[in-house]
Design a protein around this ligand. Sequence first.
Ligand SMILES: O=C(O)c1cc(=O)[nH]c(=O)n1[C@@H]1O[C@H](COP(=O)(O)O)[C@@H](O)[C@H]1O
Length: 224
Amino acid sequence: MSSPVYLAIDTPHLDAALTLAQRVRHHVGGLKLGLEFFCANGHHGVHEMAKLGLPIFLDLKLHDIPNTVAKAIQALRPLEPAILTVHAAGGRAMMEEAKAVAGSATKVIGVTVLTSLDAPDLDDIGVGGTPHDQVVRLAALARESGLDGIVCSGQEVKAARKAWPGGFFVVPGVRPADGRAGDQKRIVTPAQAMADGASILVVGRPISQSQDPDLAARAIEATL
Ligand SMILES: O=C(O)c1cc(=O)[nH]c(=O)n1[C@@H]1O[C@H](COP(=O)(O)O)[C@@H](O)[C@H]1O
C-alpha cells in the first residue's frame, strides 16, 4: 500500500522541487504543490512534477465568487490533479460550482480552519467559537455542497470523521514528537492523525528541511 504522506513542495524553484521529490519518492504517497510553487512555475511546473509518477495534490486554496472559482478550475482541468483545494468559507454555491466543473478524477477538498490559526486568531477575524466548532460546521457545509472531503488539523479529524464516515480527510500541520511547530498552532503527530481518521497527511518542513529528507520520510512512515 502506498504511503499516506503527501510531501508539501513549498519552493518556487523547479529544480529544487524535482531534486527533493526524486530523493523521497519511494517513501511518500504523493506530491502537494502549493501557491508558492504554482505561482512560480505554473502548468509547466505541474507537468514536470507529474512525470515522477506520483499523484499530484494541487493546493491552490481557491476562494472567490462562484463564477471566478469555476472558471479557474476549468482552466486547471488539463492538469488532472488527484486533489484540488478550495476554501470552504467561500460558501455553498462556490463549493457546488467547484465540484461541478472539476474533472471526475479530481477530489475537490474544502479547507476549513487553517492549522496555523488558534481560537484568538479566529476571534480576530470575527469567527466566534473554537476551531473545533468551526471545522465541524464547515465540514457539514462542504459535505452538503458535494465536496469529497476537507482539510483540518489532527485535533478535529476524529470528530469530523465520525460525522462524515465516507469523507476524505487531509491533515497538515503534523509533527513528529520531537518536531518543531514553526508557524503551525494545532499540531498532532502523524501517527495520532492517522489513528483518528486522516485519509492522508501533508508533511513539509519535517522532511524538506531535514539533513536527510529520505531518512526523515522513512522515519515518519515507520511510525504509522
Ligand atoms: O491545505 C493545506 O495543505 C494546508 C492547510 C492548512 O490548514 N495548513 C497547512 O499547513 N497546509 C499546508 O500544509 C503544508 C504544511 O507544511 P509544514 O508545516 O512545513 O509541514 C504547507 O504546504 C501548507 O500550505
